[in-house]
Design a protein around this ligand. Structure first.
Ligand SMILES: Cc1cc2nc3c(=O)[nH]c(=O)nc-3n(C[C@H](O)[C@H](O)[C@H](O)COP(=O)(O)OP(=O)(O)OC[C@H]3O[C@@H](n4cnc5c(N)ncnc54)[C@H](O)[C@@H]3O)c2cc1C
Length: 417
C-alpha cells in the first residue's frame, strides 16, 4: 500500500506565519529556543510583560510536535491525577494537576482573545474503552477527577457508541473541559500573537552553540548571535544538540496519522469529539472541520514495509465497518518525548537557563500552560508559583533502548490479526 506522505495540517491551516532568519547580533531580556506551543506561549507571556524577546527556531513555527499532533486539547497529563501526585508528592502534584486541569480553558481563552483561526471545537474528548474490561480504568480515572470537581462522566457502551458512531467501543470517559483544534494553525496563531506584542521570532535559525559571557548567555546561530541573561530551551522531542549546553535525554515514541477525504452523511462523531482508546498501543480518531476522518496509531510507518498502514486500514474498518474501504490521502508522523514517569521535567541547568520537556504525549494544553508560566517566571526570576518545580538535572538510562522497545511493541501489536 502506498500512501503519499503529507501533513494534512500543513494543507489546511487557516493561519499562516512566516519569519526571516536571524542576521546579525541581538541582545534581549529573554531568548527562547524552539517555536512550538511552549516557546510561543512563553514568548507571548514575556512580551506581554514588556520584555524584549527573541525566539530562535531551527525550522519553521510548528515544525515539531506542535504542527503534527492529533489536536486533542485535553486536561491534565496522560497519568491519572492520583498518580501525578504520587510521582511528585501531594503538594507539588496537586499544584500541577490544578494548573493542567484548567489547561483547556487557558488554550480556548487564548484562541478567543487572539482570534486564532484553528478549527477550535470545545465539545469534549472521549477516552474510549477498546474492550469491556477497560472500563475499570476509565471509572478509576473519572472518580479521581470527579473528586477534584472536574466535569467528567463515564458513558456506558450504548451512549459511547451513539456518540462515536461505532459498535467497537465499549464505553468512554467524556471530559467536558476538553476539545479539538487544528494544531498547526493554533501554534502559528500563538506566534502571530507573540509578535503582535513585540516578540521577535526567527525561523530557519538553529542554535548551534552557547557560552557564558559577562553574566549573559550567548547563543550562536549560523548568521548571528543572541545574548540574554535568561534562556528557555523549549525543544522537546525535536531537540537539536546545542554544544555548551547540557541536555537531558528522553525516550522517543513515534505516532503517525492519516486522513480520509471529507465524509458526507455519516453518523461518525457527529458531535466532533476527539477520541483515543485504552489499548496499550493506542490509537486516536477524530474529524476535522471539513469532515475528514483522521486516524492515528503508534509506530514509525516509513520503514516498516507498510505494516502500520495496513493495520490502520484494518482498525478503521473495525471501528467503522459501514464506511467501506476509504482511501487515505496523506500520512504524516511525529516524535513524542516520554519521561520515565510520564511527568514533564523543568530543569534549571545554569543561572537563568531553563529547559522543559517530556510532556509524554499530552502537550497542547500543558505546553501552553507551562510556556505562559515560564515566560513570566523566568523573566521575573521567581518561579515559586510555577505549576512545576525546577530540578537541577535529569537523566534516563538507555533512552534509545526504551525507544526501540516502544516501536517493537507497536510493530508486534500491529502484526497481530
Ligand atoms: C503525532 C503526535 C500526536 C500528539 N497528539 C497530541 C494530542 O492530541 N494532544 C496533546 O495534548 N499532545 C499531543 N502530542 C504532544 C504535543 O504535540 C507535544 O507535547 C507538544 O507539541 C510539544 O510542544 P513544544 O513546544 O514543547 O515542542 P515542539 O512543538 O516539538 O517544538 C520544538 C521546536 O524546537 C525546535 N528546535 C529544536 N532544536 C533546536 C535548536 N537547536 N535551535 C532552534 N530550534 C530548535 C524544533 O525545530 C521544534 O520546532 C502529540 C505529539 C505527536 C508527535
Amino acid at each position: 500500500m502506498v500512501i503519499p506522505a503529507g501533513n494534512l495540517w500543513e494543507e489546511t491551516a487557516a493561519e499562516a506565519f512566516d519569519a526571516p532568519p536571524l542576521e546579525g547580533d541581538l541582545r534581549v531580556d529573554i531568548a527562547i529556543v524552539g517555536a512550538g506551543y511552549t516557546g510561543c506561549a512563553a514568548a507571548l507571556a514575556a512580551a506581554d510583560k514588556g520584555a524584549s524577546v527573541a525566539v530562535l527556531e531551527a525550522e519553521t513555527v510548528g515544525f515539531g510536535g506542535s504542527g503534527r499532533n492529533v489536536g486533542l486539547v485535553n486536561a491534565g497529563l496522560w497519568l491519572p491525577p492520583d498518580e501525578v501526585e504520587g510521582a511528585l508528592g501531594a503538594g507539588p502534584g496537586a499544584r500541577l494537576i490544578e494548573a493542567l486541569g484548567q489547561g483547556p480553558e487557558t488554550v480556548f481563552d487564548l484562541i478567543e482573545r487572539y482570534q486564532i483561526r484553528c478549527e477550535a471545537r470545545r465539545n469534549g474528548t472521549l477516552h474510549c474503552a477498546h474492550k469491556p474490561s477497560a472500563m475499570r480504568d476509565l471509572e478509576r480515572r473519572a472518580s479521581q477527577w470527579q473528586a477534584r470537581g472536574a466535569p467528567v462522566e463515564v458513558l456506558d457502551a450504548a451512549a459511547a457508541q451513539a456518540r462515536v458512531g461505532s459498535r467497537a467501543v465499549h464505553g468512554a470517559l467524556l471530559d467536558h473541559r476538553a476539545g479539538t483544534i487544528q494544531p498547526l494553525a493554533y501554534v502559528r496563531g500563538l506566534a502571530r500573537a507573540a509578535v503582535s506584542l513585540g516578540a521577535q521570532i526567527f525561523e530557519n535559525t538553529p542554535v548551534s552553540g552557547s557560552r557564558r559571557e559577562g553574566g549573559q548567555w550567548v547563543l550562536e546561530t549560523p548568521n548571528g548571535r543572541v545574548s540574554a541573561a535568561r534562556v528557555l530551551v523549549a525543544t522537546n522531542a525535536y531537540h537539536l544538540p546545542i554544544p555548551g549546553m547540557a541536555r537531558a535525554q528522553t525516550s522517543l515514541v513515534h505516532f503517525f496519522q492519516a486522513a480520509t477525504d471529507p465524509l458526507e452523511n455519516t453518523d461518525i462523531l457527529q458531535g466532533e469529539e476527539g477520541c483515543w482508546d485504552t489499548a496499550l498501543v493506542m490509537s486516536s480518531f477524530r474529524r476535522d472541520a471539513a469532515g475528514r476522518l483522521i486516524i492515528g496509531a503508534m509506530g514509525l510507518p516509513e520503514r516498516d514495509g507498510g505494516l502500520h498502514l495496513r493495520w490502520l486500514q484494518k482498525k478503521m474498518t473495525a471501528l467503522f465497518p459501514d464506511l467501506g474501504r476509504q482511501s487515505l490521502t496523506g500520512v504524516w508522523h511525529g516524535r513524542i518525548a516520554m519521561t520515565r514517569d510520564h511527568v514533564p521535567k523543568l530543569v534549571r541547568s545554569g543561572p537563568g537557563l531553563y529547559a522543559i520537556f517530556g510532556y509524554s504525549g499530552r502537550g497542547i494544553a500543558p505546553g501552553t500552560v507551562m510556556g505562559l508560566a515560564l515566560g513570566r517566571g523566568i523573566l521575573s526570576g521567581d518561579l515559586s508559583n510555577a505549576p512545576l518545580q525546577a530540578i537541577e538535572t535529569y537523566g534516563e538510562s538507555f533512552p534509545k533502548l526504551r525507544s526501540a522497545y516502544y516501536e517493537a511493541g507497536a510493530r508486534l501489536m500491529h502484526l497481530l490479526p
